[in-house]
Design a protein around this ligand. Structure first.
Ligand SMILES: NC(=O)C1=CN([C@@H]2O[C@H](COP(=O)(O)OP(=O)(O)OC[C@H]3O[C@@H](n4cnc5c(N)ncnc54)[C@H](O)[C@@H]3O)[C@@H](O)[C@H]2O)[C@@H](O)CC1
Ligand SMILES: Nc1ncnc2c1ncn2[C@@H]1O[C@H](COP(=O)(O)OP(=O)(O)O)[C@@H](O)[C@H]1O
Ligand SMILES: [K+]
Length: 494
């Protein structure tokens, strides 16, 4: 059966399976197929992709580990050799002590005359190295020769293709034991995921480690439930001609504390969220600045309407609270948590809630009152809410997003590379769009406004969060290289 790996693109929804479900899929498929079939399909897929990526390679170095991931590499070598290329295999296994599938591939590769070398070959920019060292069976951080080869692959000028996963990456969490090289240029490295796509390939360090993602299901349709979905753009609602500004809902942004006596102002955060809500199509956007503010007009976005908090009828609005809220946000949170029907909580709102058990309880009770809530923490804010460290959050982003969802019965947007969007009774989504150009002050405020506008227009909290996060990242992906990406540009994209 021919297999051509497919490129994974950001506009498609894909199910994501963890390592355990992938293992079960592999076992049940292997039980129904002739011996070695899956590895032969895997090796052929790797070889086809290798050829497509580097048709002019003079040398293809295949670094093979002691298990079945190495077996995939050996099988690929066989095909590449048949097609007249020059694969050079360095193998950490030995024929006496190798799993059955990998052993069969070793014999086939040896009999086909594949070149087994002691030392990795020299490679140039047109060449390719293939990481078939460890896959799902990685049990400890690579050391010795394996670590040396990984280092060599990360720094050599050729393209790199990882078989199934980059060695050392946890496919469940996206953490890696192998330092990834920040100077390596992602378009020059690739990962071919086999049988299933896994969550850790798309979050935490996964995106840096994997580069361009490819997928081959090896002709197997898994019967396993996914643990998450790769987020996709969703359907853009068309605006009926016979609509008016009331149809698209009202947003109020509450935040932007200023205190002249302390010489601080965070008005900008609230203005960014409000402008983003306006650009995202909200019918009317109000800004309620906290502290002693004398600002009543945004000359860049004069459509914004300024209101004191006590002059807002937030029972009829979607409220976005936190953006630059400072300490003063504590004064408005009890009322908002109790009565705002649709509420996005960001930044300082989350920090204040994290310190106050009564506000936490009030947040957790909103769901039973039929109120919709989206929390948009970055990892440190999530850690404060969970009373743990940011490193612990990052060590398992999916689990932390789920935990926040359970505790606060809210939709949760855990931000960062591979933003996780989770909601009660839903499978979480991992977002594939966005890049490190978003790592600049204020982009989170913009996201909060984008979510608020979608809720105001009638989307449920989870859909609003998913579509806003996708679009926010997509704006950054489309941004011209020569134009600096700033939060105010993101708030009002061209
Ligand atoms: N068995 C099959 O039919 C198939 C297997 N597949 C491939 O097989 C992989 C899983 O194979 P395995 O379960 O053999 O696992 P791996 O090949 O990932 O590695 C397991 C072996 O490596 C050793 N090991 C683990 N950590 C190490 C370290 N840090 N340093 C040195 N040695 C280490 C283990 O003791 C074991 O011998 C998948 O990721 C995929 O690439 C695919 O070909 C699909 C079909
Ligand atoms: N390296 C990155 N890759 C992808 N997205 C990122 C990266 N760094 C930051 N972002 C995104 O940028 C936004 C930053 O939000 P946040 O941390 O709240 O910043 P701020 O409070 O300054 O607005 C989030 O949407 C986050 O997911
Ligand atoms: K690998």
């Amino acid at each position: 059966m021919p297999h051509m790996p497919r490129l994974i693109q950001a506009h498609e929804m894909h199910p994501l399976h963890d390592a355990a479900a992938t293992r079960r899929t592999e076992h049940s498929a292997a039980a129904q197929l002739p011996a070695h079939t899956l590895m032969q399909r895997a090796g052929l897929a790797v070889a086809r992709l290798a050829l497509a990526l580097t048709p002019h390679a003079r040398t293809i170095w295949i670094a093979c580990g002691p298990g079945n991931n190495g077996g995939d590499g050996l099988e690929a070598a066989l095909h590449l050799r048949h097609w007249g290329l020059n694969p050079v295999v360095t193998w950490l296994g030995n024929p006496e002590n190798t799993p059955a599938d990998a052993h069969a591939s070793y014999l086939r590769a040896r009999d086909a005359g594949v070149n087994f070398a002691e030392e990795p070959p020299e490679l140039d920019a047109d060449d390719l190295c293939i990481d078939a060292l460890l896959g799902l069976g990685a049990a400890r951080p690579p050391q010795g020769l394996m670590a040396e080869w990984l280092d060599r692959m990360a720094t050599c000028p050729s393209q790199r293709l990882a078989v199934d996963l980059p060695t050392g990456l946890s496919v469940d969490t996206g953490s890696t034991s192998t330092p990834w090289h920040a100077d390596a240029h992602p378009p020059r490295h690739h990962t071919l995921s086999l049988l299933t796509l896994k969550p850790g390939l798309f979050t935490m360090q996964g995106r840096d480690a994997c580069g361009t993602m490819w997928f081959d299901d090896l002709g197997i349709v898994t019967a396993e439930e996914p643990v998450a979905w790769l987020n996709a753009p969703g359907i853009q609602a068309t605006r009926p001609h016979a609509s008016h500004k009331g149809t698209w809902g009202d947003v109020a942004v509450i935040g932007g504390e200023s205190d002249a006596s302390r010489g601080i102002s965070m008005r900008g955060a609230a203005l960014l969220a409000a402008r983003a809500a306006l650009s995202s199509g909200a019918g009317r956007v109000y800004v309620s600045l906290l502290g002693n503010s004398d600002l009543w007009l945004d000359t860049i976005a004069p459509a914004l309407m300024f209101r004191r908090f006590d002059a807002l009828d937030f029972s009829a609005l979607t409220s976005v609270c936190g953006c630059g809220g400072g300490e003063t946000v504590a004064e408005v949170l009890p009322a908002l948590l109790a009565a705002a029907p649709r509420l996005v909580l960001d930044a300082d709102a989350l920090n204040v809630i994290a310190r106050d058990p009564k506000l936490k309880l009030s947040l957790a009770n909103r769901d039973t009152q039929g109120h919709a809530t989206v929390l948009t923490p970055h990892p440190l804010e999530a850690a404060r809410l969970l009373a743990c460290s940011a490193a612990e959050v990052q060590a398992d982003r999916l689990a932390c997003a789920r935990e926040l969802t359970q505790r606060f019965r809210s939709t949760v947007v855990l931000k960062g590379s591979g933003t996780v969007i989770a909601a009660p009774d839903q499978l979480p989504n991992i977002n594939p769009t966005g890049n490190a150009r978003l790592a600049t002050a204020g982009t989170g405020d913009v996201l909060a406004g984008m979510i608020g506008a979608r809720m105001a227009a009638g989307l449920d909290a989870f859909s609003a969060a998913r579509t806003a996060v996708w679009q926010h990242g997509h704006f950054a992906d489309l941004w011209p290289d020569d134009l600096p990406l700033t939060a105010e540009r993101l708030a009002t994209p061209p």
